[in-house]
Design a protein around this ligand. Structure first.
Ligand code: URA
Ligand code: URA
Length: 238
């Protein structure tokens, strides 16, 4: 990748983004700098978004009155998902919280604002990727979704993945990763590398809500998402 942008601007941008993410100490690594070079015209132009847009809209209409599990009882809004219907990269969270339930959109509360910063640090934004959750309705008092609730809802997410057909999936937090992969592996053993998920590249990092409580994990998260961006750029260049 080449750029005429002065190095000093690029470094300033890296520093500013690390500050935004709330990273205490400065780190300038090679990946961070290369991924912050001006974005290439983003995705492979091969796939048209019309068919997946219609398929997603139809699917949302089909399922948004779901009453399969008890979570529908407290639901204000069904939180289907948001983003580009033919996204190459999909982020998967756990389930809606209060703000998401009010708005009907994933990651719009405090954790969502941090997610936006994480995305910005790797030059992604909501319009270019897709974001969805394991469960589409808010668990009461923000408790973890229960196994039966997740297993009722998981086919919905799997169908979304099939329609969107992303090359990359990034699971946010242990609960999302374990549910999607069907494993009980601890988060620390899953993050930092790519795994296969039905022919797609899947990685796991910390949940932004966990980062709000434990800022010491921001460093690892920063490295995880840089890894994602690097792999994505390499795939784009193929
Ligand atoms: N946490 C999640 O896992 N998902 C959301 O949509 C919001 C917060
Ligand atoms: N990762 C998570 O997803 N949650 C935690 O509480 C800690 C690490």
């Amino acid at each position: 990748m080449t750029s005429r942008k002065p190095m000093v601007d690029i470094f300033s941008q890296v520093i500013e983004q690390q500050r935004e993410l709330g990273l205490g100490e400065l780190r300038l690594d090679r990946n961070a700098v290369t991924t912050l070079l001006p974005a290439e015209p983003s995705r492979k132009p091969s796939r048209d978004s019309l068919a997946p847009t219609k398929a997603l809209t139809d699917f949302c209409e089909q399922i948004n009155n779901c009453t399969k599990c008890r979570l529908h009882e407290g639901r204000n809004k069904f939180v289907f998902g948001v983003g580009y219907p033919a996204a190459d990269v999909m982020f998967v969270g756990e389930g809606p919280g209060h703000d998401e339930d009010m708005k009907g959109e994933p990651f719009v509360g405090r954790a969502g604002q941090l997610l936006d910063k994480i995305l910005a640090a790797i030059k992604f934004d909501r319009k270019q990727i897709y974001i969805a959750n394991i469960v589409k309705c808010r668990p009461p008092n923000n408790r973890d979704p229960q196994p039966d609730e997740m297993s009722e809802c998981l086919p919905y997410l799997k169908k979304q993945i099939e329609i969107i057909n992303p090359r990359f999936i990034c699971c946010l937090g242990r609960v999302a990763a374990q549910a999607l992969l069907g494993v009980t592996t601890p988060l620390g053993k899953m993050r930092g590398r790519f795994m296969d998920f039905e022919g797609r590249k899947l990685m796991v990092t910390y949940h932004p809500a966990a980062l709000l409580r434990f800022p010491q994990y921001k460093r690892d998260t920063w490295e995880d998402v840089q890894m994602l961006r690097k792999e994505y750029d390499e795939w784009l260049a193929l």
